[in-house]
Design a protein around this ligand. Structure first.
Ligand SMILES: O=C[C@H](O)[C@H](O)[C@H](O)COP(=O)(O)O
Length: 240
């Protein structure tokens, strides 16, 4: 028996797989806890409906999930254009600006999403926010080359304010190392900024920054599973 939160993740994940997956599709498989339910449902559909789909993972975790469920594994080398990418999120604001990277998978997630004809986000009700930072307090993740973390941290703090912390590992001494051998900085207590695109561009211009967890105007639809079993849908206002 799932908790209301887990059930909400599952509802959103099933909806996305039921609605956005077709035979012969090339699919991006996101990372995190919500995507687990999506891959379970995908495996069910593939078995029942004899679907031919190729899955492109956005992380080591996603690759393991694809393999565990016996799904066909692909890569951008063989499938550089995807029909759809399905992924979770840490926070989604009213304008479909999204924070991702709570699990440190933001770089590959953004690359895969950028190669897909649509990014579909699956999330529970706690991720639904008006402004970034309202709900999610762990900050905006920024993947950096290890040797650059101190100057990058200082530059972000001095330019935009807030605090920037090196993400530390839990069952290892020292920092979290991403799937690409980099560090993660978490930018917390930032003030509300109007133009996230401008901020994102400025941060990405700092030498040493590999990618940010700001996914701006990338998603075409977000499914928020609700505690009562329903789903709230949010789509891009400008139809991007
Ligand atoms: O790096 C991790 C990813 O961006 C996840 O998609 C995000 O953290 C959401 O994960 P969850 O589904 O566990 O809330």
């Amino acid at each position: 028996m799932l908790s209301p939160l887990e059930a909400a993740k599952q509802t959103a994940a099933h909806k996305a797989i039921n609605k956005h997956v077709e035979n012969n599709f090339v699919l991006g498989i996101g990372s995190g806890s919500t995507i687990v339910y999506a891959v379970e449902r995908l495996a069910e559909r593939v078995a029942k409906e004899n679907l031919e789909v190729v899955c492109i993972p956005t992380s080591f975790q996603a690759k393991q999930l694809i393999v565990k469920h016996g799904l066909k594994l692909g890569s951008l080398d063989t499938h550089p254009i995807l029909d759809v990418c399905i992924d979770g999120a840490d926070e989604v604001d009213a304008n479909l600006n999204i924070i991702k990277g709570g699990g440190a998978c933001l770089l590959e997630e953004k690359i895969i999403a950028s190669c897909a004809n649509g990014l579909v986000i699956i999330a529970d009700y706690t991720k639904n926010s008006t402004k970034l930072g309202d709900q999610y307090k762990k900050g905006i993740p920024i993947e950096v080359v290890p040797m650059s973390y101190v100057p990058v941290r200082n530059k972000i703090r001095n330019t935009f304010g807030g605090e920037v912390n090196l993400r530390m590992a839990v069952a290892k001494a020292g920092p979290v190392i991403t799937d690409n051998g980099n560090f993660i900085l978490d930018w917390v207590n930032f003030k509300q900024l109007d133009d996230w695109k401008e901020v994102n561009t400025a941060i990405r211009m700092i030498p040493g920054v590999v990618e940010t967890g700001l996914f701006l105007q990338m998603a075409k639809i977000v499914y928020f599973g609700q505690a009562d079993g329903t789903i709230k849908e949010q789509t891009a206002k400008d139809g991007h």
